[in-house]
Design a protein. Sequence first.
Length: 425
Amino acid sequence: MPDQQSSAKSLPARPVKVFQPRDFAWLLFVAVLIAADPETNYNATIVLILIGAFQIAEPRLSAFSSRRGQIVSIVIKMLLSYLLVGWTHTIDTVYYLIFLIPIISAAAMFNFPGVIAVTAIASLAYFSFLLPIWIDWNTYQFLPGQISVLCLRISFFAIVAYVVYEQAKAKRDEMVRTQEAAERLAESNRSLRRAEASLRRSERLAALGQLTAGLAHELRNPLGTIKASAEMLTKDSTKSRPEVMSEMAGYIGSEVDRMNGLVSSFLDFARPLQVRPVAADLREVIEDVVRQQTESANRRGVTLSIRMSDAPLFFVFDPDLLKVAIGNLVQNAIQASAPGQEIEVRAELNKEDVLIFVSDHGAGIQPQHLENIFNPFFTTKPQGVGLGLAIVAKIVDEHQGRIHVFSEPGAGTRFEMMLPRTQNS
């Protein structure tokens, strides 16, 4: 009889609450019925108390959550209703509506055949009070309109059962639709995660191809120089020209050093970063970077300045990695600046983020290059490798931050890093 969509397994135990509004409603209902009884019928009073107690206890007992428990619950309510009617004037009782309790409970829990069955049982139970064991037909006077009243009462049972069933069915259908929508959404999320994982794999492969192509291109030039120098050494080995041999050997050594630096930069970019966030003072990191870059700035006649408050700028980050990122930005700014120009490093905290600015007044970046400057091996410098800004972007990304660049050709460039004040694992 229970709803066919119900699982055969027991449902999870319902949470127990000390007191709920419906408990007060049942207590009030029972109290009003007892107080309104013109006769002092102790049996009826006991049954009413049992009905109220069962209605309050049922939601708290996990035994009534299973399909079998629901059937037992309906049977108990039907028996208590039958006893109340039997002890209060049987067929003529004012308590006949008590049969609505098992009917409404069934309509809320069971499928349509189950509701029909419970309504029919309640109706037959009510009509059973016409049997001789309950009524002495020798003395009982059955009025002409009483049959219509009884049929009207039974019809009322059926109408209430149908209305409640439809309302409960609509709610159950809505819950099923909501659950199906949630499952579809969950499956969509799983598909999206799979697609994102596949995209990340594709992006990694594409990035690997780009890195490999860039590395091969960068290595080709020094290898060509080394090859040409070696050929010159081979030709001059019999002519005994020390100055030429020394010059060619110098070319080979410098190009080997260049290749070594290129490979080292490539490895620095390619290897996974080990971020070790700790609570540290950003001011000390920036001061260390400026101190390390001062000699390079002096050689170009450029001034480095720091714009920060005197208070420490504490937040959670990896000091070593951030020192590399800020150092790369300052080094780029030095290379882009002309003698006599100033480079400004500024930092500030707000409620959620840490803002770091590196500004110069150099040549600026052409607009068509702005979207590519963080790509590996992209550079406009004749001797540049194109990994410095890519490493900066990688460090910022590992800190769950963002980096933006604003530049105007001939006016200068400003890099802005935004890092969260706390790092999520």
